[in-house]
Design a protein. Structure first.
Length: 382
């Protein structure tokens, strides 16, 4: 009985081993279905990206230059105003009274001066006739001079009073947008107040300050020598374009704490999509890489030895090919070294492959042709 059981067990073991061997052989001959694309060569725009902050060209906090009560406010919060528009009227009556007093004093001093001049003429005649002493003539001449000085002082007082009347009308010094009102009609304001009455910001045009790594400085400076560089601003998710502008200048030093250089750009901001102190993503267009070798970024794999792709040869087997990526633009990668135009690379199913894996390739719907961004035309630069 024992011998019979041993025989049955041996037969079962041989059958199982044969089945597993056949299964492994079949598995070894199985091919992997992968999506592939062809390596292409074409022109690709080259951008530098950075984080920026929207900055108004001018920001003005309006203060009063005279003391008085606010009588009228001629603006609405959020209103766009122009240079010279009257915004606030301060009570002008005290300064009008001061003007009237100065004008009255001027008339009085002018009359006194005229009387002194008449007496001076008389003294000159009497001195020539020897009736009065020379000292009396000089005294009268000095009196005329004193009235001359008093008249100049009166004129200065009149101009000061007129200037105060001008200061009673608070006008906008720039074109811009009014912020929230800081004081209301009826309040008394003083020239010594530390807080202003309103803030005006210039938002058309508007500036965007952004930073780039110091390594990019040489190529930016080189391109700036030959043409005006274009800058685009995107929202925080880097998907919605907020506007197109132009690069104005670079800062005069590199920030040693971050290793970056600050750049300033200008945007027309016609649709008011850019707002002061708003954080934006910027794209600085530098050049077009001519005849660049490109593949979808999804083909790039990363391993211990760096970046690589799976290249499919004519024998339908996968080859691990190390590559050097120059830069990424959208969802395509520009290859500096490692691939040639026309070669076939795996874009779908690479996780199932290894060196020498047999594959069944099919054309992927993901193509690098539809992934490239168009470069801005040089004659359309802002």
């Amino acid at each position: 009985m024992l011998i019979l059981l041993i025989g049955v067990g041996f037969v079962f073991y041989r059958l199982r081993s044969s089945s597993e061997a056949a299964s492994k052989k079949e598995s070894g001959n199985q091919t992997v279905s992968v999506g592939v694309v062809s390596v292409q060569q074409r022109d690709v725009p080259y951008y530098l990206t950075g984080l920026g902050t929207v900055t108004p060209y001018n920001t003005v906090t309006l203060h009063t230059r005279v003391d008085g009560q606010i009588m009228q406010v001629f603006f609405k919060e959020g209103q766009f105003v122009h240079e010279g528009d009257v915004l606030i009227q301060i009570d002008p009556r005290p300064y009008q009274v001061a003007l009237d007093q100065a004008e009255g004093q001027l008339a009085k001093d002018q009359a006194s001066q005229n009387d002194a001049k008449v007496d001076l003429n008389r003294y000159q005649t009497l001195w020539q006739d020897g009736v009065v002493a020379r000292q009396q003539l000089d005294t009268q001449q000095a009196t005329v001079g004193q009235y001359e000085g008093a008249i100049k002082s009166d004129v200065a007082q009149i101009n000061s009073a007129k200037l105060n009347l001008v200061y009673c009308r608070i006008t906008s010094p720039i074109n811009g947008r009014v912020g929230l009102r800081l004081v209301d009609p009826g309040n008394i304001v003083h020239a010594t107040d530390t807080t202003g009455m309103l803030v005006i910001t210039q938002v058309q045009p508007i500036a965007v300050d952004f930073t780039l790594p110091e390594e990019n400085l040489p190529e930016v400076v080189s391109e700036m020598r030959s043409r005006q560089l274009a800058v685009s601003a995107y929202n925080s998710d880097n998907k919605t374009k907020l506007g197109d502008g132009k690069l104005l200048t670079l800062d005069n030093e590199i920030d040693t704490t971050t290793g970056t250089i600050k750049l300033k750009s200008e945007f027309a901001n016609a649709n008011l999509s850019l707002w002061p102190n708003q954080f934006v993503n910027t794209r600085l267009f530098l050049s077009v890489k001519k005849n660049a070798v490109v593949v979808p970024s999804a083909t790039i794999q990363t391993g211990a030895q760096g970046s690589f792709v799976y290249v499919i040869g004519s024998d339908n087997k996968a080859e691990v090919r190390p590559v050097q990526v120059d830069f990424n633009e959208g969802n395509i990668s520009v290859i500096r070294q490692g691939l040639k135009p026309g070669e076939v690379v795996v874009v779908d199913g690479a996780d199932k492959l290894q060196q020498g894996s047999a594959v069944t390739p099919h054309k992927s719907t993901l193509t690098s042709t539809s992934s490239a961004s168009s470069s801005p035309s040089t004659d359309q630069q802002p």
